[in-house]
Write a protein that binds this ligand. Structure first.
Ligand SMILES: Nc1ncnc2c1ncn2[C@@H]1O[C@H](COP(=O)(O)OP(=O)(O)OP(=O)(O)O)[C@@H](O)[C@H]1O
Length: 246
């Protein structure tokens, strides 16, 4: 059973409440669907939002949606966790894995997979009457995406903490973008959250992994690198940005 403990506030809840307030992410009456991959980040997000649902004065509904990519992952642990905590879990079977690896034989499968997965996630959320989709991105993810955009695409920017797709009628929220990955790992361990190993053929061999390693090297020299980059994302010297070419 998910129970509030006082030290959660300093450990992660204050950061989550702060981003939710800053971007007005969750309002009374919202129906929030958490995208669940089986991984540590999204199960932690589900745990945190369930805590907030139980112990804050915000009145919102919560469910989990897993987009099954067809990699034969056993979701029993996740199903049990949701049942025990009275959280509805929707599992949507797709052939995204087959399309990417067998039909299209993609050289860079991650970007297409991410697009198709998000498309399926939004579609299932909308079809079930949810108006918000919550994704389990951490502050490390935001930094890695920033570096991937800069070094691999030639673009400055990362994902937005809260973005409304008017035409689709859905808002995507990322309530953990102030929470560090190492905190998420501690929560998973302390709360014994169920984490299901990914069967994706390219898991751990991605550009994101390369960025992680690059950032870890830089952190050896610049000890406060992480906090500095998160601050920089909110401290843009717009007057000194160059003329936009695209
Ligand atoms: N198969 C899926 N079904 C539903 N939601 C997903 C799925 N895969 C990813 N997501 C959502 O998108 C977010 C970002 O996906 P990404 O592949 O970057 O995962 P991640 O950062 O490794 O997180 P996790 O540890 O939860 O897998 C996840 O945290 C989750 O909320």
């Amino acid at each position: 059973m998910i129970l509030f403990k006082k030290y959660y506030n300093r450990m992660f809840l204050n950061d989550v409440r702060r981003i939710i307030e800053e971007y007005n992410m969750i309002e009374d009456g919202d129906r929030v669907a958490v995208g669940l991959s089986g991984g540590k980040d999204s199960i932690t997000l589900l745990f945190i939002l369930k805590l907030l649902q139980k112990y804050s004065n915000k009145n919102f509904e919560l469910c989990g949606i897993n987009i099954d990519l067809g990699f034969d992952m056993d979701m029993t642990l996740l199903e049990n966790y949701c049942r025990e905590n009275e959280i509805e879990l929707i599992i949507e079977k797709t052939n995204i894995g087959e399309v990417i690896f067998e039909d299209r034989k993609e050289k860079n499968p991650c970007s297409l997979c991410s697009k198709l997965r998000k498309g399926a996630l939004y579609r299932v959320a909308i079809a079930n009457g949810y108006n918000k989709v919550a994704l389990g991105h951490s502050s490390d993810d935001a930094i890695e995406t920033f570096f991937m955009n800069m070094l691999c695409v030639g673009k400055l920017g990362t994902f937005h903490p809260c973005i409304k797709f008017e035409e689709k009628g859905i808002t995507v929220i990322r309530p953990m973008v102030y929470v560090k990955e190492k905190t998420i790992k501690s929560i998973v361990e302390m709360e014994q959250l169920p984490v299901i190993e990914s069967n994706c053929p390219v898991a751990g061999k991605t550009k994101r992994q390369e960025m992680k390693e690059l950032l870890a090297d830089m952190e050896e020299v610049y000890k406060d690198l992480h906090d500095k980059i998160i601050t920089a994302l909110q401290n843009i010297d717009t007057e000194k940005m160059w003329k936009q070419k695209r």
